[in-house]
Write a protein that binds this ligand. Structure first.
Ligand SMILES: Nc1ncnc2c1ncn2[C@@H]1O[C@H](COP(=O)(O)OP(=O)(O)OP(=O)(O)O)[C@@H](O)[C@H]1O
Ligand SMILES: [Mg+2]
Length: 198
């Protein structure tokens, strides 16, 4: 049976190759796929927040492992980087280097937290840069939000609220979120700063 996917504003359509990687063969609608993915991601979240210390999480390996855990029951390519270009994101052959630079900067900012950015500033800037790199074929928004919340948790800070409503599918909250990211693309973080704790 053919599967027809619908994409919300600011979402990246999949390549035909990537659509081939769908694991649950009984899924035929976007609604079923959303539910299946959500269940998969919930398991990853329980794993993440119940593991006392999964080692150094500010690494490329951990970044990929978390994506793999989030979507390993859904997509064959979970945890692997994008191989093609998208409307959002860096050239595929720059992903590893840009991610390494991002993680290095993040470590530097955390070490210098007392004379630099606050933890919230570090976290939403990290989130924006991670989704801008757009390492994975799909799931970048959800993965980057979870990475960001985990960073906050590890720093002993409350997680972001991300507008409190679901960001999956169209709606006023998603619109605000995407607008805030576009503003951040222009180096103005005010909307994103407000949104993540709204
Ligand atoms: N202009 C933009 N600048 C930076 N990041 C953006 C921009 N527009 C969208 N994004 C990010 O890209 C994400 C969509 O990418 P992708 O479809 O890979 O993620 P997803 O997890 O499937 O989406 P969702 O956020 O709907 O769960 C958005 O959630 C947002 O985080
Ligand atoms: Mg998507």
């Amino acid at each position: 049976m053919m599967m027809k996917f619908e994409y919300a504003q600011g979402a990246t359509p999949l390549d035909p190759d990537e659509v081939d990687g769908l694991i649950p063969f009984h899924i035929t609608t976007q609604g079923q796929l959303n539910e299946w993915e959500a269940a998969n991601i919930l398991e990853a979240e329980s794993w993440l927040f119940s593991t006392a210390n999964p080692g150094n999480f500010l690494t490329i390996e951990f970044t990929r492992l978390l994506h793999k855990k989030m979507l390993s029951k859904t997509w064959e390519w979970a945890g692997t980087f994008r191989k093609t270009s998208r409307n959002i994101g860096v050239d595929p052959n720059k992903i590893t280097m840009d991610l390494k630079n991002l993680l290095d900067d993040l470590i530097y900012q955390i070490i210098n937290i007392n004379n630099g950015f606050t933890i919230d500033e570090i976290a939403y800037r990290f989130h924006h840069r991670l989704v801008s790199i757009h390492p994975f074929p799909n799931g970048n928004g959800r993965h980057a939000r979870l990475m960001t919340d985990y960073l906050l948790a590890r720093a002993g800070s409350p997680k972001f609220t991300w507008g409190k409503e679901s960001l999956i599918g169209e709606g006023p909250t998603r619109t605000k979120y995407i607008e805030a990211l576009r503003q951040a693309d222009k180096h103005d973080y005010s909307k994103l700063a407000a949104f993540v704790r709204s």
